[in-house]
Design a protein around this ligand. Structure first.
Ligand code: SAM
Length: 254
């Protein structure tokens, strides 16, 4: 699992947090307890706290760097360092929430039942996962990773992210009282192509950069990627670029 840089991640905090706001808005529940799985620097946890001020809220993440940032912002909230794939709790949560995190966990057929198992009777499981694998940006990273000079080092990075189909998640969430699934394509307005590269440096590019042997290779990889980003995300009339980002949302009321 690559290391996380909370400051780099928070650079696009409004854009990264909007899906959490959209997911929270759709949840029809008054939970007394919530766990935010893969809470990162606490940006999604803040959205939960804003909607449900008097709930017992726990932020869980496997990265100590991310949790340090979360604790700094809200020292009085509950923060837990743990792996969501193996996390168990005697007390169940009314709402098990996860925004932009389960893509880092392998084997969703195994993960989803575990997450459901954390939900109290009458509660809900609410998840947002980036559905970004077919994007120009992700495809460009995969193509550049096929370059013979580093193909062996990058084979693991190319499969670091997990994503299944809506049909898969629907079946995995059964049985449930009600399941809602939807997909949104955000069009993020970015100042230029470099900003798209900066965005992905904080997330999906990390496994590739960390697997490359040295800084020269990293610089070369990023230069090739930027060249392709400039082609795939052309400038608008005002010089900005639109960065399309697909996300899949699901809520299961159990
Ligand atoms: C892209 S950030 C999302 C942060 C935040 N939830 C948000 O809405 O922006 C993904 C987070 O998932 C965490 N993560 C990845 N795998 C994890 C795992 N197996 N267990 C717990 N947290 C994990 C990472 O450490 C990271 O902080």
């Amino acid at each position: 699992m690559p290391t996380w840089d909370a400051n780099l991640y928070l650079q696009f905090t409004n854009e990264r947090t909007q899906p959490a706001i959209d997911l929270v808005t759709r949840i029809q529940l008054e939970p007394k307890s919530i766990v935010d799985l893969g809470c990162g620097p606490g940006n999604s946890t803040e959205i939960l706290a804003r909607r449900w001020a008097n709930t017992d809220l726990t932020g869980l993440d496997s990265s100590s760097a991310m949790l340090a940032q979360a604790r700094k912002a809200h020292p009085d909230w509950h923060w837990l360092e743990a792996d969501m794939a193996t996390f168990q709790s005697e007390t169940k949560f009314d709402l098990v929430f996860s925004n932009a995190a389960i893509q880092w966990v392998k084997n969703h057929a195994d993960l989803l039942p575990k997450l459901k198992n954390l939900v109290a009777a009458g509660g809900a499981l609410a998840i947002q996962i980036p559905a970004h694998q077919r994007s120009y940006l992700h495809q460009a990273m995969l193509e550049i990773a096929k370059n013979p000079q580093w193909v062996d080092e990058l084979s693991k990075a190319s499969t670091a992210l997990s994503l299944e189909t809506p049909q898969f998640y629907y079946d995995a969430l059964l049985p449930a009282n009600k399941i809602e699934l939807w997909q949104t394509a955000y069009q993020h307005v970015m100042p230029n192509a470099e900003a798209i590269l900066e965005w992905i440096r904080g997330t999906g590019l990390r496994p590739f950069l960390e697997a490359l042997p040295d800084d020269d290779a990293r610089i070369q990889f990023e230069a090739l990627l930027l060249e392709q980003v400039r082609v795939d995300y052309p400038m608008q009339k005002d010089g900005r670029v639109l960065f399309e980002f697909n996300r899949l949302f699901m809520i299961a009321y159990l």
